[in-house]
Design a protein around this ligand. Structure first.
Ligand SMILES: CC(C)(COP(=O)(O)OP(=O)(O)OC[C@H]1O[C@@H](n2cnc3c(N)ncnc32)[C@H](O)[C@@H]1OP(=O)(O)O)[C@@H](O)C(=O)NCCC(=O)NCCS
Length: 446
């Protein structure tokens, strides 16, 4: 989970971004976060969220459940073989996310049982249409190389998805290394993470001085979370960060980044290295924060050749920069619906829309998702009713295409043209009105 090794293994750029569609944020209550990051977290600290399912169940010839503390070395070995994760980094992630977040799959051997596979998971909210949707985030999925190709990876994932649904998550979310494996399990493309770079000279002439920013404490994430809240409302796909995700964002190498902020936004950087300046995290939602941040970056022009940062396809720094901006990397993340009704009722919709669509979903893993249901949208709320008798010929779709429709990664019309969604054209138009919004992205990788 997290770290450069995982990122380098992620999907390459396999489709082009959609044109921007206007956002329709709706009002939503935001729960204020209050925490102080502790980067020297002990190894056995519990996870930062409230969710503690102590599930353990037997699958045919396999046993699934939370990792025992004495299995940590075996899990670290799988993480090393799967992602090249060093023991130090593994220990850091285990301390951050808590060993309660680790799941394992054990299989019988003549000498007892052996650890065949592992993963990490936690719940958090991810924001769609200006509202929080509960998701199960999954990371560090790895199978012992000697046992790959025997169905253990799929068995572990199916058990995780069942556990996630039983625990109240509406969606599962992960950053993949391979699409076919997750596609077979019903995951579809949800959104992107763009890594941009530019020479610092691209940020001269911002018309503001960097003195409008002041240094701040990168170990105190609570004020930063408050600055980030308007973005959760306006954008699509941003996670409401847990303490562990805040720590990864602000202490990416284990050391706190250098943080500057003003009343509107913030920017955190790691020290220049190899003539590159890496922005660890940023939230610059207005000209009042963007312009001084640009002046700050331009001030590094004698020290570095390029500045790198993560953002969405419609990144405002890109919009304002001069010559030399490059899209270094475009990575995708995947979504899998766990509870369709819950997901559709949790998210927000365009405030000025009243419309109705009827779905029939194909889901091999979760039969409860399959009944035809109507979605009524009014006043930015969605209400789902399940009925044997559909109001209109339903749109037929599988979970893979539903993921892209739900997040706005792909429009209904594009899915329809690609043969991934079937229905009458008037229903396609309705779907496009219902699921329109800002382009879906998130800066976090895990
Ligand atoms: C990816 C991984 C977890 C799959 O585990 P596994 O136990 O071998 O998978 P399964 O046996 O359940 O395979 C299920 C299907 O996915 C396919 N599959 C497995 N790994 C694949 C890969 N890397 N690329 C494409 N397809 C893959 C299998 O061919 C199989 O298809 P089939 O049912 O048509 O035969 C395992 O290869 C691994 O640990 N890889 C290294 C770490 C990694 O990349 N993890 C994913 C991080 S996001």
């Amino acid at each position: 989970m997290g770290g450069g090794q995982v990122e380098r293994r992620c999907l390459s750029d396999i489709s082009s971004p959609r044109p921007h569609r206007s956002a329709h944020p709706v009002a939503a209550k935001i729960v204020a976060v209050s925490f102080r990051l502790d980067r020297s977290a002990p190894l056995c600290r519990p996870p930062s969220n409230e969710w503690r399912p102590a599930v353990a169940f037997s699958l045919p010839h396999r046993e699934y459940g939370p990792a025992d503390p004495d299995e940590l070395s075996a899990v670290a070995r799988l993480a090393r073989l799967g992602f090249g994760l060093s023991r130090d980094l593994f220990d850091r992630y285990a301390a951050l996310f808590g060993i309660d977040s680790i799941r394992v799959l054990r299989v019988p051997r003549s000498t007892g049982t052996t650890l065949a596979a592992c993963a990490a998971c936690w719940t958090m909210n991810q924001w769609f249409g200006g509202r929080p949707v509960p998701v199960l985030a999954i990371a560090m999925v790895a199978v012992d190389p000697a046992l790959r190709g025997a169905g253990h990876g799929s068995a572990l994932m199916r058990a995780l998805l069942t556990e996630g649904r039983d625990s109240g998550a509406a969606l599962a979310l992960l950053c993949p290394a391979t699409l076919p494996f997750y596609g077979r399990l019903g995951f579809g493309r949800g959104g992107v993470t763009c890594r941009w770079s530019a020479p610092p000279t691209a940020f001269t002439h911002s018309g503001a001085g960097a003195s409008d920013l002041w240094p701040a404490d990168p170990l105190d994430a609570a004020p930063l979370a408050m600055l980030r809240q308007p973005l959760l409302l306006e954008q699509n796909g941003l996670p409401e960060r847990t303490e562990a995700l805040w720590t990864l964002a602000l202490c990416p190498d284990g050391e706190p980044a250098d943080l500057y902020r003003n009343e509107d936004g913030y920017i955190a950087m790691t020290p220049p290295q190899d003539r590159r300046l890496a922005v660890a995290d940023l939230c610059l939602p207005s000209a009042r924060s963007l312009k001084p941040a640009m002046a700050l970056l331009a001030g590094f022009r004698a020290q570095v050749d390029r500045v790198t940062w993560r953002g969405g396809p419609d990144d405002p720094l890109v919009l304002l920069a001069g010559d030399g901006v490059r899209l270094e990397c475009r990575e995708e993340w995947l979504i899998r619906p766990l509870d369709i009704g819950k997901a559709l009722e949790a998210r927000g919709y365009p405030a000025d829309l009243a419309d109705k669509v009827t779905f029939e979903l194909e889901d091999d893993l979760i039969p409860d998702n399959c009944a035809p249901f109507n979605l009524d949208v009014a006043g930015s709320n969605g209400r789902v009713s399940r009925t044997a008798q559909a109001l209109a010929p339903p749109v037929q779709i599988d979970t893979v295409a539903f993921a892209s429709l739900f997040t706005g990664y792909a429009s209904a019309r594009i899915l329809w043209h690609a043969g991934l969604l079937h229905g009458e054209e008037k229903m396609i138009d309705r779907l496009d009105r219902v699921f329109c919004g800002a382009t879906c992205w998130m800066p976090d990788r895990f």
